[in-house]
Ligand binder design. Structure first.
Ligand SMILES: NC(=O)c1ccc[n+]([C@@H]2O[C@H](COP(=O)([O-])OP(=O)(O)OC[C@H]3O[C@@H](n4cnc5c(N)ncnc54)[C@H](O)[C@@H]3O)[C@@H](O)[C@H]2O)c1
Length: 326
């Protein structure tokens, strides 16, 4: 397959490309990424020299430029990761989120239609479903969309556009909605790498509100294998929830990291809560498990020590990211 990957220099997109190189070495991969603050070509240093891999710096909102890429490389399919992805940033200023996540998706849908692409996978999020009560219920594919942050609303808008392109034009399209990812190369503004790096440096770990917010954690490699299943075997027009049945309170994640590193709990620092903070997310992944025979292989309790080791062993990577940030 000749595959266009958008946002392949980010956390999940780069893991997907590394996974493809391993599992599908015959695929041609065209990575289109704008290289925003979150895009990092160091995430792909292990594959950049390979003949089947191409990187093109481009904004997915630039119709003409993306069209030229499609004309030159003739992809048969697209998997769309590129997005502004951090909720807190969307609360501060949502303009980029609407531009990239909604308008950028529209550009890709239009081009997928114009060039008759055989497959289009929209990488979405469980945040489109809004929040669950503290202890009951799960998001299924039939849960109504009720996004609460500008980020979630921009992703839900993109999902609705996708739905309309399937219904109206029969674009061979699939949507995935995954829970919170963790793993190597995650930009250190997100909870787990933020906590690990703060703890390693003996700096306070900022915990929102009472710390009892629940997220459902999945290893990024499990997510990428689910995406490969959906790309190759998913049924057109379908939505697949992806999750590892692994709910954790933020405060428990923080305690676990401090325990592994033998650091004092006094490093925990309660900070003013995020506006409109969703209480609990939890995914029911039964559909992808049953229909596509996918199962997660990692559990966060086992993986946190390995992940901490990864950040300890890759100080150059995160110091460079942090220096760029400041
Ligand atoms: N991180 C999670 O836990 C999670 C969970 C479920 C779904 N998702 C979704 O997965 C996708 C990838 O998430 P991530 O965590 O890897 O994000 P990320 O922020 O790490 O990476 C996003 C990538 O998109 C690129 N990008 C941004 N705007 C662009 C534009 N206009 N044109 C081209 N490239 C652009 C960035 O440079 C970056 O490489 C997103 O669509 C996100 O909504 C993320």
């Amino acid at each position: 397959m000749n595959l266009l990957v958008t946002g392949g220099a980010g956390f999940i997109g780069s893991c997907f490309i590394r996974t493809l190189i391993q599992k599908r070495p015959h695929f041609k991969i065209i990575n289109v990424d704008k290289l925003t603050y979150a895009g990092n070509l160091d995430n792909l240093s292990s594959v950049e020299h390979l003949p089947q891999y191409y990187f093109i710096k481009a904004d997915i909102c630039d119709f003409k430029k993306v069209e030229n890429i499609i004309q030159e490389h003739e992809p048969e399919a697209v998997i769309h990761f590129a997005a502004e992805s951090h909720v807190d940033r969307s609360i501060e200023d949502s303009a980029n989120f609407i531009q990239t996540n909604v308008m950028g998706t529209h550009v890709l849908l239009e081009l997928a239609r114009k060039y008759d692409l055989k497959r289009y996978v929209q990488v979405s999020t469980d945040e489109v479903y809004g929040a669950l009560e503290r202890e009951i219920g799960y998001f299924t594919e039939d849960t109504p969309l009720a996004p609460n942050s500008p980020y979630a609303a921009s992703k839900a808008s993109a999902d609705l556009l996708c739905r309309s392109y399937f219904k109206t034009y029969k674009l061979p399209l699939l949507i995935t909605r995954c829970s919170n990812n963790y793993g190597p190369y995650q930009y250190p503004e997100k909870l787990i790498p933020l906590f690990i790096l703060r703890a390693l440096q003996n700096k306070p770990l900022p915990l929102y509100g009472d710390g009892l917010y629940v997220r459902d954690w999945i290893h990024v490699e499990d997510h990428c294998l689910a995406l490969l299943k959906v790309l190759e075997e998913g049924k057109e027009g379908e939505i697949y929830n992806v999750g590892a049945r692994c709910e954790k309170k933020n405060i428990d994640i923080a305690h676990h990291i401090l325990d592994i590193l033998k650091k004092p709990k006094t490093l925990l620092q309660s900070v003013t809560d995020r506006l409109g903070h969703d209480r609990r997310y939890a995914i029911d992944p039964s559909k992808i498990e049953k229909e596509l025979n996918w199962k997660p292989t990692f559990h966060i309790d086992d993986e946190l020590p390995h992940l901490i080791e990864w950040y300890q062993g890759n100080e150059r990577w995160w110091k460079k990211v942090n220096n760029k940030k400041s």
